[in-house]
Write a protein that binds this ligand. Structure first.
Ligand code: ADP
Ligand code: MG
Length: 355
């Protein structure tokens, strides 16, 4: 089949790698000529995401369309929804944190306390103030821990905000799930995600999450993916606090915390995404080995130089320029010995992961 991918970042690149394994052809659409996907796609359309003609041309040349990021023009997705198995609904909800939390509530899935904010007098602390739209990798967020922080805050009147209770969680997890056209759902082994400055730093899949926590998170995720009538791979992030599993957000696409599946599982999140959108049956994921995934950001150039190649794999995204906090690559380490993994992660990053 010919698969059109809207968005040429690393997710598009890894989708294309899976698509090629299945013998598909890939056409990408991205405004940047030398984007990660351009190194692997059969053809690229270089144009703005909101370029109607370019989108139309992609649709005309493809059998099926997938998007790899939330900011794709949702009116285009609506117009060509028959060809886009992920559909519009997931996109519209995921891109607005208020709609997203309301949606979780409508499914009886617990979230941190939250409210829409229109003026400073509505603020409470400890909390996190987030822009309703446009935020990612911790951008568009301010942590409010003191009354003073609130007093000194200035709110941009052009933006809409949501305020969330600051949760002192024990750890963060994500459930990566794929749903097929016939409605079958599979979920991947659950990683524990460690963030640094709001950006994913490491995902650990150490088979150490209590089963009842996993069951809750998996059930919530299945409820979400079904209610969205979504086809493809999707990820839901949760905070685990005691016995509580609190919904944080979902992403209607493969997710950074699922990159570990390429080496860590019998099937990757990208492969199940491709199988789903091309109408094939999904593969039930199993963990092959304990795994840790480490992101390499612009400032972490030295990371892969120190990795042990016998247990680690380096995924270079082939980005043209290095920038602080830009995701440049990731490293996946696999070993059944947890001590080996922990030591390897410390060697690579130079840090213990107390975040
Ligand atoms: P992004 O879209 O940037 O990933 P998130 O809402 O997931 O936005 O926030 C990024 C990170 O910030 C989370 O993974 C978590 O570590 C922290 N965070 C976000 N919201 C809260 C909260 N309500 N309480 C505690 N930590 C939070
Ligand atoms: Mg997040």
């Amino acid at each position: 089949m010919i698969i059109g991918i809207v968005g040429g970042g690393q997710l598009g690149l890894m989708m294309a790698e899976a698509a090629h394994q299945k013998g598909h052809t890939v056409i990408g659409l991205d405004p940047t000529k030398h984007c990660p996907l351009s190194t692997n796609a059969n053809k690229m359309i270089v144009a703005a995401y909101n370029d109607k003609d370019a989108f139309h041309s992609l649709v005309n040349q493809s059998d099926v369309i997938t998007y790899e990021f939330e900011n794709v023009d949702s009116s285009f997705v609506k117009r060509y929804e028959d060809m886009i198995p992920q559909k519009q609904k997931a996109l519209l909800i995921a891109r607005d944190r208020l709609l997203e939390k309301d949606f979780a509530h409508s499914l009886d899935i617990p979230t941190p306390r939250y409210k829409a904010i229109n003026q400073i007098s509505d603020l409470f602390y400890p909390s996190i103030l987030k822009t309703r739209t446009g935020g990612y990798d911790g951008k568009g967020q301010v942590k409010l821990t003191t009354k003073n922080a609130i007093d000194q805050l200035s709110i941009n009147d052009d933006l809409m905000y949501i305020l969330e209770e600051y949760v002192s969680f024990d750890y963060e997890i994500s459930v990566i799930a794929s749903r097929s056209m016939s409605g079958d759902i599979v979920t991947f082994p659950i990683p524990i995600n460690i963030h640094k400055n709001g950006i994913l730093f490491q995902s650990k899949v150490y088979r150490n999450i209590p089963v009842h926590i996993q069951q809750k998170a998996i059930q919530y995720t299945k409820d979400i993916i079904t209610a969205l009538d979504y086809v493809g791979t999707l990820a839901v992030e949760y905070f685990v606090a005691g016995e509580e599993v609190l919904f944080n957000e979902f992403a209607p696409r493969p997710h950074n915390s699922g990159h570990y599946t390429i080496e860590g599982c019998n099937v990757s999140q990208f492969m199940n995404h491709i199988l789903a959108i091309t109408g094939e049956e999904l593969i039930q994921p199993t963990l092959l080995s304990n795994t840790i995934m480490i992101n390499e950001l612009g400032q972490d150039e030295h990371f892969h130089a120190t990795m042990d190649k016998t247990i680690c794999t380096y995924h270079d995204y082939h980005k043209k320029s290095r920038k602080h906090n830009r995701k440049m690559a990731h490293i996946t380490c696999i070993s059944n010995d947890l001590d080996t993994l922990d030591k390897q992660a410390i060697k690579i990053t130079g840090e213990t992961n107390e975040y």
